[in-house]
Design a protein around this ligand. Structure first.
Ligand code: 3PG
Length: 205
């Protein structure tokens, strides 16, 4: 969690072909963004996590869109260092806790937050962030849950991310704007590096 906080912005990746894993990892590292959430939305996720984790030790590789305990096993087996889910599934959370892997489930409401607290969590994803009220919603809910930190994702971009990062309720932000699915498919890795550099510069500042 500390590493995610230091990195500040976590690229959320949908990758369709394992052959893109290495150039993408290089593009992220060259751009100074040393974390990635590889979503389990494609068959290439597992192989991508394996390749990235093995070849780029400096890159903190996690698995996203993890919906089942079986996917937790598959992600951990190939080297994922953290697990992210769009919603809060107590079974998945408890399983991750038993395995000792950090897990960040998604919430949108106070009731979901209280379920997360009941499970002993200190960090939750806020998803989908912008359609669900964005930073004002996080600040309003966060006022009641003073120790909880959020990782908002969904609708965040270079224009609005700075406001999120300035809030003490935010651990880190997730987003795909610097790693667009189409750019990965088209092999536009130089563009990805360029966008990651802009993101890193913003985090530094
Ligand atoms: C996702 O799960 O796809 C993330 O929330 C990314 O959202 P974004 O594409 O709006 O950044």
């Amino acid at each position: 969690m500390k590493k995610l906080e230091n990195i500040g912005i976590i690229p959320v990746v949908v990758i369709h072909d394992e052959k893109d894993a290495m150039p993408l990892a290089k593009a992220l590292c060259d751009g100074g963004l040393l974390a990635v959430e590889v979503t389990f939305r494609t068959d290439a996720a597992e192989g991508t996590i394996r390749k990235m984790s093995e070849a780029y030790k400096e890159l903190l590789v996690g698995a996203g869109t993890v919906l089942t305990t079986e996917q937790v096993d598959r992600a951990v087996d190939v080297g994922a260092k953290f697990i992210v889910s769009p919603g809060l599934n107590p079974k998945v959370v408890r399983y991750c806790q038993e395995k000792g892997i950090p897990v960040i489930p998604g919430v949108v409401t106070p009731s979901e937050i209280e379920q997360a607290l009941e499970l002993g969590l200190e960090v939750v994803k806020f998803f989908p962030a912008e359609p669900s009220g964005g930073l004002p919603m996080i600040q309003a809910m966060g006022a009641a849950y003073t120790k909880l930190k959020f990782m908002p994702t969904g609708g965040i971009n270079l224009q609005n991310v700075e406001a999120y990062l300035k809030s003490d309720k935010i651990l880190a932000c997730g987003g795909s704007w610097m790693v667009k699915e189409q750019d990965i498919c088209d092999g536009n890795f130089e563009d990805i590096t360029k966008k990651c550099k802009a993101v890193s510069a913003l985090v530094q500042s």
